[in-house]
Design a protein around this ligand. Structure first.
Ligand code: CUO
Length: 685
């Protein structure tokens, strides 16, 4: 829960607004139905209520209950002609045929005029469709339907554990099931100490981060056409740039914490130096392919390396010239604040690309090229690699290499823009007097924060087939995950008059891999956004305190499948109260990962705090600060529908070149050094 408002110690706290509501019987029933539908997704439904729906409902007999009856007929035809992807096959969103079928189902689910029709259609289609194809269509529909607002989807790693866990863990889970022995199975990160990349596997393989990434792509699908599906995706292209830019910046900070140099971008005609062995198996028993070191990209039957270079050349031309060519031979200017959004759509490429024929789909094809690199001509029938699924992609270090390559295109564009003038940077009424960061553990010293590894449990019941779901044994995986002590920012701000501001907080390693301090113009591209939040300032000195837990880029640990199910069932029986938040987001960086690991001896970072003018930045007229605060994970996940309230470019003011550090740092900004220490055991709070 996000209790969201800044405490002004000088003048008293502002109103605390929470978007939490007590669930009524209707909500609870929907939440329970969704959970039941997703249990043991690979097995046919057994829940009596759902099997009754399955047997009695036919979408063709209810065509008047769909916005687009033709879409229903289309999907039914796929079913009746046997053209749907087999249930045992591996669904890939990047496969045009698989995706078209998924969209056909999504149109049925999203276009149902009421919840009842939606849910019955979901039940009807579940066992007819490939499970992960169904899951994706169903999840995107739940996330975008007004009548499902606040409904919580169980953690992705507990619905399709095969996509998140290693083969040995799944095998042990089966053994536990066979012998009916409750078990907690430790999961190790892939690789060995002989591979330096293994030092950062805890980051790429973090189940919460993989879940965040897959949910980002459900909230902002690249195939989304707002003219068809309704919801506008404000600044989707810019968000694509910024969220992935932040993931790469985080990965680099993690690498420096482990004495590794920052990740190198990959190039289409150069070796992919690091190999990767996922050590994981698809539900159907096929192993995720392993990539040895030093492989070269190979031509696919439908896409060559030369094609990639040609398309990228066109994108580089557009960036260098500052204009994008449209399909009708027009030109759109790129060198303005909105240019990054245009470029993001074009590079991904999303359905928003203004000219996909000409600019191709560089990023998406990059994923496919990497996924199929070990069998590019498909001679051996290898299944897709981890790069072909958003829930598994970040396990492979090549993910970050691909995204650094893509990120460099965005940097090239941003570097074309004029540096911010002083008038765009300053907030003349405001001076930051002091910034302090205080951890809550007993041994905390100011401006020193602690990280540590602790354990997190993953429910494995869905990983194994169940004949009798009532007598399931408790099987869990235990994974080691990075975490940090809670902390708060204490910021003293002087205002010449009462004003409203937005506080923006960024973190960056102070030294590069060579141990040298970096000029701001170099370090800024690796800035990690920790938070941004509105603040009301009174005349004089204001001491603003903000808890790390309220970060605008993270979400708390989600409830596990069993806990969620238990909470709903108890609430239905009246034994407890279930609250929900209609703005609940599954997308959001795991709060555990807010801080990079740091080093056992302490690693120095710089913390930049910037206050900008709320009344100039906010583009949603009349939107109150507390309303903005009730939107979780705004920083990396934007909003699902409507406008992102903060109109400043993402990453402002560090997104453009800095010519002179001294002139750049106006009085409404402040930099302090901060040490992050990684300790072996969780410190005492
Ligand atoms: Cu999220 Cu490449 O876009 O993985």
């Amino acid at each position: 829960m996000r209790f969201a408002w800044v405490l002004l110690l000088v003048l008293g706290a502002c109103a605390v607004v929470s978007a939490e509501k007590q669930a009524d019987a209707t909500f609870l029933k929907r939440q329970l139905q969704v959970l039941n539908l997703l249990r043991h997704l690979n097995q046919p439904l057994t829940d009596p209520e759902l099997t009754a729906f399955k047997d009695s409902f036919s979408p063709l007999n209810n065509l008047n209950k769909f916005k687009d009856p033709a879409a229903v007929r289309d999907f039914v035809e796929l079913v009746t002609t046997g053209k749907l992807l087999e249930r045992d096959a591996i669904f890939s969103l990047f496969n045009p045929r698989h995706r078209a079928q998924m969209v056909a189902l999504f149109k049925v689910l999203h276009g149902a005029v009421d919840y009842d029709t939606f849910f019955k259609s979901a039940v009807w289609s579940r066992d007819l469709t490939n499970p992960r194809q169904f899951l994706y269509a169903f999840s995107v529909a739940v996330l975008h339907r007004e009548d499902c607002r606040g409904v919580i989807l169980p953690p992705a790693y507990e619905v399709t554990p095969h996509m998140f866990l290693t083969t040995d863990v799944v095998r042990k889970a089966y053994q536990a099931k066979m012998t009916r022995t409750p078990m907690v199975i430790p999961m190790r990160f892939t690789g060995s100490v002989n591979n330096p990349e293994q030092r950062v596997a805890y980051f790429g393989e973090d189940v919460g981060m993989n879940s965040h990434h897959s949910h980002w792509h459900m909230d902002f699908p690249f195939w989304w056409r707002s003219e068809e599906f309704g919801e506008q995706k404000d600044r989707q292209g810019e968000l694509f740039f910024y969220m992935h830019h932040q993931m790469v910046a985080r990965f680099d900070a993690e690498r420096l914490s482990n004495n590794l140099p920052v990740v190198e971008p990959l190039e289409w005609d150069q070796k992919i130096v690091e190999g990767f062995a996922p050590g994981a198996t698809y539900e159907n028993g096929q192993e995720f392919p392993m990539r040895p070191d030093n492989m070269n990209f190979g031509d696919l039957p439908w896409l060559t390396i030369q094609d990639m270079k040609i398309v990228e050349g066109r994108i580089r031309d557009a960036i260098a010239s500052g204009f994008v060519k449209t399909t009708d031979a027009g030109l759109i200017s790129l060198n303005n604040t909105a240019g990054i959004d245009l470029l993001g759509g074009l590079v991904e490429s999303s359905a928003r690309s203004v000219n996909p024929m000409f600019y191709g789909q560089l990023h998406n094809d990059g994923h496919v090229m990497l996924s199929k690199v070990t069998d590019p001509q498909q001679r051996y029938g290898m299944p897709p690699g981890v790069m072909e699924h958003f829930e598994t992609a970040t396990r492979d270090p090549a993910f970050f290499r691909l995204h650094k390559h893509v990120d460099n295109l965005f940097k090239m564009h941003k570097d074309q823009l004029p540096p911010y003038a002083a008038s765009e940077l300053e907030f003349p009424e405001v001076t930051i007097e002091a910034v302090k960061v205080i951890g809550t553990c007993k041994a905390s010293t100011p401006n020193q924060l602690i990280t540590y590894f602790d354990e997190s449990h993953i429910d494995l019941k869905n990983a194994v087939h169940a004949e009798d779901q009532k007598q399931e044994v408790d099987i869990k995986a235990v994974v080691s995950r990075l975490n940090h002590e809670p902390f708060k920012y204490v910021i003293t701000i002087n205002a010449k008059k009462p004003v409203r501001g937005i506080v923006r907080v960024f973190l960056t390693p102070k030294f590069n891999w060579f141990g040298q301090q970096m000029p701001l113009d170099v370090s800024r591209w690796g800035f990690i956004e920790l938070d941004h939040f509105p603040v009301s300032l009174q005349h004089g000195d204001n001491v603003v305190t903000r808890s790390s837990a309220d970060s605008a880029v993270t979400i708390p640990e989600p409830r596990g499948f069993s806990q969620l199910m238990g909470d709903v069932q108890k609430s239905i029986r009246g034994e407890q109260v279930f609250t929900y938040d209609k703005y609940y987001r599954h997308c959001g960086f795991p709060h555990r990962l807010l801080l990079p690991k740091g080093k056992p001896e302490g690693m120095t970072y710089k913390l930049y705090v910037v206050v900008t003018d709320y009344d100039k930045d906010i583009v949603t007229a009349g939107m109150k600060p507390e309303e903005i605060e009730s939107l979780p994970s705004l920083g990396y996940c934007g909003v699902m529908d409507g406008k992102i309230p903060d109109g400043k470019p993402m990453g402002f003011p560090f997104d453009r070149r800095v010519v002179s550090e001294e002139q750049f740092l106006t009085p409404n900004m402040k930099v302090v050094d901060l040490t992050i220490k990684n300790v072996k055991q969780k410190p005492i709070e």
